[in-house]
Design a protein around this ligand. Structure first.
Ligand SMILES: C[S@@+](CC[C@H](N)C(=O)[O-])C[C@H]1O[C@@H](n2cnc3c(N)ncnc32)[C@H](O)[C@@H]1O
Length: 419
């Protein structure tokens, strides 16, 4: 049995295996795996596993010269975690190596390779770490991104993925006052940005519902929809509710719909905390019917490849094979949204994706299917948005934009009007 000091490392190792071998996302497995740890151990395990996944490509390069052949997955993950701790997090090598050896010994199947773990880790040189290339995306994702954006852009995105994301807040009333109270800054588009933060729920203004967590890029679709005060607005894939809150704060009469009851509970909690309201509907958007709305925001389920800065497990857990099903669903959701929209009404379609299949191509296809649909590019000319980010189909946001102030999530946002 591993000793207590090894508990967070053991949890991080198990999670690494769930991602690299089980092909599960951390969001699916971490809550259960970490439930028994104390809050500090849980935070440490989370930090370890996300760091190890974020730098995994670089760790593999650091380990390569010291391994004659690829070791079994659990041993490889023990090595990757230890390299990340020593080289990226700057932990004292002695303690990390001892712990890695303990982890190898703790399992009958890996005990025989504890010596190898010790020998390999003693050869890894933290001094050489910064000279290794920035961690690369796996081929299945690198290839389509390179085809669409080019090598230079993809390298810039990889650099952005390597740097951890700041915490962005959408604010109900006064972003300047919240930024001052929390020691943050205001982004050009009006979100509050914190470089350093502890537990979010203990930050001033959380209990009072003055703000909610939402990446600056994710705050732009609701701004592009810009509903009039009192307008009937449908937030079609609403949970956990970042955009519902924005629309409600703008004074719209919001109906928030999501297929997931559990995720909808988060919308309910967030609305209650922020003292706002919306009609909540748990339903499949494809089967939902209601009198037509003045405006609709469709934040469709997608590959989430725009959020890799925050979710470094995604490139390792996914291989893109389940994405075509999402592309098809997105097209159906656009069609359904148009059926629920009043003539003259605005539809904002968005995805937190870097893939043009989920952005530009969806819009091109939708315009082909619906002759009465027109682009409304002027809605995307928002304060703080660089006009160069607006393409023929809509606003393309990339993680390497705003590199000097901490980046942003990848997103695609289109605004369209139904004739
Ligand atoms: C990108 S997330 C939405 C994020 C949300 N708009 C926000 O700002 O917090 C996509 C959502 O679509 C929901 N979803 C997936 N398929 C759906 C469907 N057929 N009908 C309704 N909601 C669906 C998922 O449960 C998920 O909550």
């Amino acid at each position: 049995m591993a000793g207590d000091a090894t508990l967070p490392r053991k949890a991080a190792l198990d999670l690494m295996g769930e991602v690299t071998e089980g092909k599960r996302l951390l969001s699916e497995v971490a809550p259960k795996r970490l439930a028994r740890l104390t809050p500090p151990d849980r935070a440490r395990a989370q930090r370890l596993v996300t760091t190890a996944l974020r730098v995994m490509d670089r760790s593999d390069r650091a380990l390569g010269p010291h391994l004659r052949k690829r070791p079994p997955p659990r041993i490889l993950n023990i090595l990757r975690l230890a390299v990340a701790e020593i080289c990226e997090l700057g932990e004292a090598s002695h303690g990390v190596v001892n712990s890695a050896v303990t982890l190898a010994r703790a399992d009958k199947k890996t005990a025989g390779m504890a010596g190898l773990v010790n020998a390999v880790l003693r050869q890894v040189d933290p001094e050489g770490w910064p000279a290794l290339p920035i961690p690369r995306l796996p081929k299945w994702l690198r290839k389509p991104l390179t085809d669409d954006f080019g090598k230079v852009a993809v390298a810039a995105m990889e650099t952005a993925h390597y740097h951890a994301a700041p915490l962005d807040l959408s604010v109900k009333h006064d972003a300047g006052a919240v930024a001052q109270a929390l020691g943050g800054s205001v982004t050009p588009t009006g979100s509050v940005r914190l470089a350093d933060y502890g537990q979010v729920s203990t930050l001033p203004g959380f209990e009072a519902g003055e703000w909610w967590v939402q990446d600056a890029a994710a705050a732009l679709p609701a701004m592009a929809l810009a509903p009039a005060h009192g307008a009937r607005v449908l937030d079609l894939c609403a949970a956990p509710g970042g955009k519902t809150l924005q629309l409600a704060a703008m004074g719209a009469d919001v109906t928030a719909l999501d297929i997931s009851r559990t995720r909808m509970e988060r919308v309910e909690e967030n609305l209650a905390r922020c003292g706002m309201s919306a009609d909540l509907v748990v339903a499949d958007a494809l089967e939902y019917d209601a009198p037509p709305f003045d405006a609709i925001l469709l934040d469709a389920p997608c590959s989430a490849t725009g959020t890799i800065r925050r979710h470094p497990d995604l490139p390792q857990a996914k291989d893109g094979s389940d994405f075509p099903g999402l592309f098809e669903l997105q097209a159906h959701l656009i069609d359904r949204a148009l059926g629920l929209l009043k003539p003259g009404g605005r539809l904002v379609y968005c995805t937190c994706s870097l893939l043009i299949d989920e952005g530009e191509e969806q819009v091109r296809d939708a315009l082909g299917r619906h002759p009465a649909l027109a682009l409304d590019l002027s809605a995307l000319a928002l304060p703080g948005v660089d006009p160069g980010w607006i393409g023929p189909e809509g606003l393309r946001l990339r993680p390497d934009y705003w590199a000097e102030i901490g980046g942003m999530d990848g997103f695609f946002i289109a605004a369209m009007v139904k004739a």
